[in-house]
Design a protein around this ligand. Structure first.
Ligand SMILES: *[C@@H]1O[C@H](CO)[C@@H](O)[C@H](O)[C@H]1NC(C)=O
Ligand SMILES: *[C@@H]1O[C@H](CO)[C@@H](O)[C@H](O)[C@H]1NC(C)=O
Ligand SMILES: *[C@@H]1O[C@H](CO)[C@@H](O)[C@H](O)[C@H]1NC(C)=O
Ligand SMILES: *[C@@H]1O[C@H](CO)[C@@H](O)[C@H](O)[C@H]1NC(C)=O
Length: 243
């Protein structure tokens, strides 16, 4: 057993030496929020007025708007509210500031952004002149697209089953929309209030899993490094404690 402990000890010393950023960024890059209740922002993201440039991966800047909401600016699609960030799964959930996502998605383009769609959920829309719940079970009215004398109705396309969208009574038009989403979280896209996007680079998934702190290796590099609160990943800690 003594030999094993020595091996683990040497391993820990090596790990510390391999972690040049250990401790260095901790205060400067501590998580920040725009306002209480807003998502906690940390690497790979930063809030551009509250955290230093080097606290984020290039292209992962967020900001606070006048109302204290966290916002992201997508180069070709404009500003969205940041609803939630899942750092370990590397997902980010966005909302339209005017709460009319179907409108925003008509010209939605992720070109030039650090984000991608992990998947899409298809929605079918109808323009209906004479609606009643009896005739259109399960359809959601999209208030922001509807007018005084017509209602825009929507349903996830996979729930349409055998209905021919053209045959829905009282509706004279139908079209489809692909809503970017995260497949394992379909339910949150049911009402078309949020879109779910993912990032693959930088990859901090295993670091997050080990409760480590992911950071840039140095200010000029695009490589990331993982540091741990007491110098070792939790799996190694468990191993040491058991031995
Ligand atoms: C970011 O931090 C570095 C190193 O601490 C410092 O030299 C630089 O001025 C800071 N930049 C900003 C914008 O605060
Ligand atoms: C829905 O149809 C009405 C006419 O019945 C039209 O005025 C309106 O622009 C249509 N809306 C959409 C989003 O197609
Ligand atoms: C609207 O629906 C009602 C009940 O389904 C029907 O009696 C009425 O004729 C419809 N009106 C129009 C303009 O389609
Ligand atoms: C809606 O229909 C009513 C009754 O036909 C009509 O008086 C009104 O002008 C219509 N509103 C719009 C915005 O077209």
């Amino acid at each position: 057993m003594a030999e094993l402990e020595l091996v683990v000890f040497v391993l820990l010393v090596i790990l510390r030496c391999l972690n040049p950023s250990y401790g260095a960024n901790e205060d400067r890059c501590a998580p920040k929020v725009c306002l209480q209740g807003q998502p906690s922002i940390r690497f790979p993201y930063r809030l551009n007025n509250l955290q230093n440039d080097s606290c984020s991966y290039p292209g992962f800047e967020l900001s606070c708007n006048a109302d204290g909401n966290t916002v992201i600016n997508l180069p070709y699609s404009g500003e969205f509210l940041v609803d939630f960030i899942h750092y370990r799964q590397q997902n980010i959930w966005l909302k339209d500031p005017n709460d009319c996502l179907p409108q925003r998605l008509k010209n939605f383009n992720l070109m030039g952004s650090t984000l991608q769609a992990a998947g899409y959920r298809g929605f079918t829309f109808w323009n209906c002149s004479n609606i009643s719940d009896r005739k259109l079970p399960g359809l959601t009215r999209v208030g922001c697209l509807s007018g005084e004398n017509y209602s825009i109705m929507a349903l996830p396309t996979d729930e349409l089953s055998n209905t021919d969208p053209k045959s829905v009574e009282g509706c004279h038009d139908t079209w489809n929309l692909q809503v970017p989403s995260v497949p394992k979280d379909w339910s949150s896209s049911l009402t078309i209030k949020t879109i779910g996007l993912k990032w693959d680079v930088p990859d901090c998934e295993s670091c997050e899993e080990q409760h480590g702190t992911c950071a840039l290796k140095n200010e000029k590099s695009r490589e990331v490094t993982c540091s741990y609160p007491d110098g070792m990943p939790s799996t190694l800690k468990a191993f040491v404690l058991e031995s």
